[in-house]
Design a protein around this ligand. Structure first.
Ligand code: ADP
Ligand code: ASP
Ligand code: MG
Length: 481
């Protein structure tokens, strides 16, 4: 059994969704598959904006209308038998969305559980469209809501998963396989009270991994809009190239340090079962992609550079006078999943740490109120990470990178070894990020494919051809009648 996850760009419009449906239909002919879908491109951001509008009592009608239209248009040309139930289901969801937004307007604030329900709307709409298209293509499919199979706590927005309960909840999918392909909403879970939760932005990859682990899948395929995991963020470094194989640790470090191609928690559930992840390009399924798995490289290497462009530097200083007894570093008070880089211990006992700009105000506020420390905002910065197996044991990499930056007059604000031996982080000025990344990528020789090629299943070019949906739908229709 394989889990196939399709991201928002793979589901950008009706044409892409039909292409995805062909990929799924083909895969389902060969073996059991479970599909995990993100929201259509741009929809989750739009929902976020609608929440902000509702809180500020700004009108939301146009925004809601645009979300509805995007999904209805994706159903255009579908035969009426498959179209109408989907249209009805979309209208119902849109009605619920409007009702939630009205509640937000009347509260003048957005309660966390309503925020997650609104945010989950994108996935709940996209699976409706994808399932209808699959059925119209003669591939039986059914919607499975993430809240039925991914069980979490109630930390809305970043819910933590109860793996044992999730495995139990997935038993139905495992023990009663039907001919229908389950199409699961990514990103979405439920708390013990059954309320909708979400797994953090980009969390559909994590949903796919959770299902892969719970169902002991043979592999998890992440279908996206690039050829695989690349040696650098392609929107910043145009020469970024595909990496053939990565270890779990390398992939985890890369995604932790900003490689959005994988949600940072994706590898976690798959390590114990040694289940591989294959990252593949929906737009070109003939490409081999990147395999992430228990494959330990035999020697140390640098495999990629990644970046967190919008980072913030905070310094923490204890308010109390230093006594003879050693002070505890204020760093122990910082929440571990919000620290991207930490440099501790000046003579005054202060510490410096780097966090995501979006979370900085929140983190600073919580720290200042929880302890006797002053939190100073040291301004914006960007974080660059060098990632590779056992990077720590090959000092030439850091040396070469820093030397090249120095030669070009680029500022290095701080350097720290990652807490794993597979990453090293460099704090740089934000307006120099692009030059820093390109310089480091270049000097470390990351251009060109890395690692041996793996044979892949050849995907027929038939999949690449966008057949007219009308033809396909009407054939199915005739067959069915
Ligand atoms: P999806 O909608 O499929 O989930 P995402 O936008 O979340 O897609 O992730 C894919 C994007 O990740 C790519 O388009 C690319 O711009 C970005 N990205 C950043 N770093 C990397 C990297 N190292 N390798 C591949 N893609 C990367
Ligand atoms: N739709 C969600 C987001 O945009 C989850 C995902 O795409 O993985 O963050
Ligand atoms: Mg993503």
């Amino acid at each position: 059994m394989r889990v196939l996850k399709f991201g928002g760009t793979s589901l950008a419009d009706g044409r892409r969704i039909r292409h995805v449906a062909r990929l799924v239909r083909r895969a389902a002919k060969r073996r059991r598959v479970i599909v995990v879908a993100s929201a259509m491109a741009g929809v989750t951001d739009r929902l976020c904006g609608l929440i902000e509008d509702a809180v500020a009592a700004r009108p939301v009608d146009r925004g809601v209308g645009a979300v509805e239209r995007q999904h209805l248009e994706a159903l255009d040309n579908l035969d009426p038998t498959h179209r109408w139930p989907a249209v009805e289901s979309i209208r119902r969801r849109i009605y619920e969305l409007r009702r939630d937004l009205q509640k937000i307007v009347s509260f003048g604030a957005c309660p966390d559980h309503i925020r997650d329900r609104v945010m989950a709307t994108g996935e709940r709409l996209s699976v409706t469209v994808l399932t209808a298209v699959l059925r119209s293509f003669g591939c039986p499919a059914r919607v499975v809501d993430g809240s039925e199979v991914v069980l979490t706590d109630n930390r809305f927005g970043e819910a933590r998963v109860d793996h044992v309960a999730t495995r139990r909840a997935c038993a139905g999918l495992r023990e009663r396989p039907t001919v229908e392909v389950p199409v699961v909403t990514g990103f979405v879970g439920a708390d013990p009270k059954g309320r909708t939760t979400t797994l953090g932005r980009g969390g559909s990859d994590f949903s796919a991994a959770l299902l892969g682990a719970a169902l002991d899948a043979e592999r998890v395929e992440i279908w996206t809009d690039v050829d695989g995991v690349l040696t650098a963020p392609p929107d910043i470094v145009s020469e970024a190239s595909r990496i053939s194989r990565l270890s779990y640790e390398e992939a985890a470090e890369l995604s932790h340090f900003g490689a959005t191609v994988l949600h940072p928690r994706t590898v976690e559930p798959l390590v114990a079962g040694r289940i591989p992840i294959i990252v593949r390009n929906t737009l070109d399924p003939t490409r081999p992609g990147t395999e992430i798995g228990p494959n330990e490289p035999t020697s140390p290497r640098v495999v990629a550079v990644s970046a967190v462009p919008e980072a913030k530097v905070l310094s923490l200083t204890p308010i109390a006078e230093r006594s003879a007894a050693p002070e505890r570093s204020p760093l122990v008070l910082a929440p571990s999943d919000e620290i991207l880089m930490a440099c501790s211990a000046s003579s005054g006992g202060s510490a410096l740490f780097v966090t995501l700009e979006a979370k900085a105000a929140d983190v600073a506020g919580r720290l200042a109120s929880a302890a006797n420390i002053t939190v100073t905002d040291n301004g914006p910065a960007s974080l660059v990470a060098l990632v590779g197996h056992n990077l720590g044991s090959q000092p030439w990499a850091a040396g070469r990178a820093l030397e090249a930056l120095g030669r070009r007059g680029l500022t290095v604000r701080a350097v720290a070894a990652g807490s794993s031996p597979h990453a090293l982080t460099i704090l740089v000025e934000r307006d120099e990020l692009e030059t820093v990344l390109t310089t480091v990528h270049d000097v470390l020789g990351l251009k060109g494919d890395l690692g041996p090629e793996r044979p892949v299943e050849v995907v027929s070019s038939e999949l690449m051809i966008e057949e007219a949906l009308v033809t396909e739908a009407s054939t199915q229709h005739r067959r069915a009648s």
